[in-house]
Write a protein that binds this ligand. Structure first.
Ligand code: AMP
Length: 115
């Protein structure tokens, strides 16, 4: 077996981080290096899926649960509107290969998609 991912270690309490919300299969934390005024990560409790493509194929209900939790958190933290980003592959900036969604909001940086 390979080493547990950093997110699994956070979920187990082995690395300090506040779990700000959780549902049956998903939990959320604040990103340690925020790229926007609100930058949260929504993460499945299982690290079985490396990226969103694998998750959509293997456990679409967990993907839907992630989107629902992102929406709930955005209502609480950003006033409702948010950007949901899944970096997929190292060339696209993915550094942790335990699928996770970036929930970005609260005034996004200049030069990003949609500006
Ligand atoms: P990605 O680059 O899409 O794989 O996203 C990984 C994210 O995890 C980055 O935005 C990191 O800042 C974030 N991250 C890494 N370690 C931690 C940690 N200990 N607590 C919270 N966020 C983290």
């Amino acid at each position: 077996m390979s080493e547990p991912s950093i997110f699994t270690r956070i979920l187990r309490g082995e690395i300090p981080s506040e779990i700000i919300a959780e549902t049956e299969n998903v939990f959320a934390i604040r990103d340690i290096a925020p790229q926007a005024p609100v930058h949260l990560l929504v993460i499945p409790k299982t690290e079985q899926y490396r990226n969103v493509v694998e998750l959509a194929a293997g456990a679409p209900a967990i993907l839907a649960e992630m989107v629902a939790l992102a929406n709930t958190l955005a209502a609480e933290h950003t006033g409702g509107d948010f950007r949901l980003v899944f970096n997929t592959g190292a060339e696209a900036g993915q550094t942790v290969f335990h699928v996770h969604a970036h929930v970005l909001g609260g005034g996004l940086p200049e030069g990003t998609l949609g500006d």
